[in-house]
Design a protein around this ligand. Structure first.
Ligand code: GLY
Ligand code: MN
Length: 426
C-alpha cells in the first residue's frame, strides 16, 4: 500500500464526523459497450474510492467503522478476479478481504446508520442524511492536496509541458487539429502519461470559440488562432492547461486581444493566495478584461458597471477556473454550508469558496466571439448600448483566446505548476 494511504484515511475519518455511522465507498462497476462486443468503457474507479485505495478495482468496497478508530477501522473488500478476467484482461487479484465477507461485516454492525459514498452500492440501505453530510465533508477534506498527490501532479505538469513544447514546433498553415492532437498526446505518453486527463480540446480559427471543441480534420490557415486545452494524466492525477497561438504573424488586434487575456490571467494567478474568495477573483478578472475590451473599442461604458449588468458574459461566458488533481474538476463546488449564488453572472462558477493552502486551482480567463451568444437577438437588445455590435460582428470569424495555468495555493506566494509552458504569442 502507498505509505501515504494510512494517513490519508485517518485524516478523512477525522474530517467526516461519522459518530457511530458506518462508511461504505463503492468503486463502481464496469460499463459494457452497447454493441455486445464483450468490451467495456475504460474502467475508472470512483474518485472517492481511488483516493483512499489507489485501486482500480471493479466492484470493490472500502468500509470504515469509526468505533474501531480512525486508523484501524478501515477494511477493503474486493471481488475475486475470475479466470476469464485473468485470461482476457491480464488482471491480477488486488489485496483485500473477499467481497462476500462484507455481508457478515455489516451483519455484525446491524442498526448502525450507513453513509454510502463513491459509486452506488446495490442492496445497501444507506441513510440519505448521513450520506449527504459525509459527501460534502469528504469533498471538502480532499481539496488540500497531500505531498504524494502533489508529486504526481508535478509529474503530469512535466509531461504536459513536453506536449505543448512539441506542438509549438508543428504549428504551420495546413496542419490539422487532428495532427496537432496526435503530436501533443504522443509526447504526453513519451513523458510517462498514462492517458490524456480529459478529451483534448483543439480549435483552429472559428473553432477556437467553441469552449470544448473536439479536434477535427480542419486545417489551420495562416493568421488563425489555434486554441489548445489539454493535460497529461499519470495514475489518475492530471493538469489542465490552455494556450492560444496564432499560425504565422498575429495581427495587431489578435495581439491586443491575447494581451488582454494574458494580463488578466497573470494578475489572477498572483492573487491566488490563501483567503482569496474565488468569486471575487472571478469578478475582478471580468472587470479587468472588460476594461481591455473597452480600450479595444468593442465594449462601451464603465467596466465595473458592465460587469454588474453581466455584459461580460457575452465574451467571457465561463467561470475563472476550478480545482484540479484527481480528475479535471476534482473537489470543485462550494464551501460547505454555502448556497449557490443566484446572480446570473455567477451561476457558471465551478467554485465558490475561499482558497486555502494545498489547493490546486486552474486559472483560465478567456475572451471569445461566439456566434450563439453574439447573434442572439435578446442579448443584442439587452446590451444594445454596451457593445459596438458592428465591430463585434466583424470579429465573429476570429474565434477566441483562453490562457490557463494550474496554481498551487501555499502559505505564501502562489506557485504556478505549469509556468514552464510559454504563453506569449511570439
Ligand atoms: N479543460 C477542460 C475543463 O476545464 O473542463
Ligand atoms: Mn480547465
Amino acid at each position: 500500500m502507498n505509505p501515504a494511504l494510512p494517513a490519508r484515511r485517518a485524516r478523512t475519518a477525522a474530517a467526516l464526523h461519522l459518530d457511530n455511522a458506518l462508511l461504505l465507498i463503492g468503486a463502481g462497476e464496469p460499463v459494457p459497450l452497447p454493441e455486445r462486443s464483450d468490451q467495456h468503457y475504460p474502467f475508472r474507479a470512483h474518485a472517492e474510492y481511488y483516493y483512499l485505495t489507489e485501486l482500480e478495482c471493479p466492484g470493490g468496497v472500502l468500509a470504515f467503522d469509526p468505533l474501531q478508530g480512525d486508523r484501524d477501522g478501515w477494511i477493503s473488500f474486493v471481488p475475486e478476479v475470475t479466470e476469464g478476467e485473468r485470461v482476457w484482461e491480464g488482471r491480477t487479484q488486488p489485496p483485500g478481504e473477499p467481497i462476500a465477507a462484507l455481508e457478515a461485516w455489516l451483519g455484525a454492525r446491524r442498526d448502525r446508520p450507513i453513509a454510502a459514498l463513491g459509486a452506488p452500492l446495490r442492496g445497501v440501505r444507506s441513510s440519505p442524511e448521513h450520506t449527504l453530510r459525509a459527501r460534502v465533508l469528504f469533498q471538502h477534506a480532499r481539496r488540500s492536496k497531500d505531498e504524494a498527490e502533489l508529486a504526481l501532479i508535478r509529474r503530469t505538469a512535466v509531461a504536459t509541458a513536453a506536449g505543448f513544447a512539441r506542438l509549438k514546433a508543428e504549428l504551420r498553415p495546413g496542419i490539422t487539429e487532428r495532427a496537432l492532437q496526435v503530436e501533443l498526446e504522443a509526447e504526453f505518453f513519451r513523458h510517462d502519461a498514462t492517458r490524456p486527463g480529459y478529451e483534448t480540446i483543439i480549435g483552429t480559427g472559428p473553432n477556437s470559440a467553441v469552449l470544448h471543441f473536439p479536434p477535427s480534420q480542419r486545417a489551420a490557415r495562416d493568421g488563425e488562432f489555434v486554441l489548445v486545452d489539454a493535460g497529461a494524466e499519470i495514475n489518475r492525477y492530471m493538469t489542465d492547461v490552455t494556450r492560444t497561438y496564432v499560425v504565422g504573424r498575429p495581427t495587431p488586434f489578435q495581439r491586443d486581444l491575447h494581451q488582454v487575456v494574458l494580463a488578466a490571467e497573470q494578475r489572477a494567478l498572483s492573487r491566488c493566495i490563501a483567503g482569496t474568495e474565488w468569486r471575487e477573483l472571478h469578478l475582478a478578472t471580468a472587470v479587468e478584461m472588460v476594461g481591455g475590451l473597452v480600450a479595444l473599442g468593442l465594449m462601451r461604458g464603465q467596466p465595473e458597471s458592465l460587469v454588474e449588468q453581466e455584459a461580460h458574459t457575452l465574451f467571457f461566458p465561463h467561470g475563472l477556473g476550478h480545482l484540479v488533481g484527481l480528475g479535471v474538476r476534482d473537489g470543485s463546488g462550494m464551501e460547505p454550508g454555502r448556497a449557490k449564488s443566484t446572480r446570473p453572472g455567477l451561476s457558471t462558477l465551478r467554485l465558490d469558496l475561499p482558497l486555502r493552502p494545498g489547493y490546486v486551482v486552474t486559472v483560465e480567463p478567456g475572451l471569445y466571439f461566439i456566434p450563439a451568444l453574439l447573434n442572439d437577438p435578446a442579448r443584442r437588445a439587452r446590451y444594445r448600448d454596451c457593445v459596438d455590435w458592428a465591430r463585434a460582428e466583424q470579429c465573429l470569424h476570429l474565434g477566441g483566446v483562453r490562457i490557463e495555468d494550474n496554481v498551487l495555493v501555499t502559505d505564501g506566494a502562489p506557485e504556478n505548476l505549469t509556468a514552464a509552458i510559454p504563453k506569449t504569442l511570439e
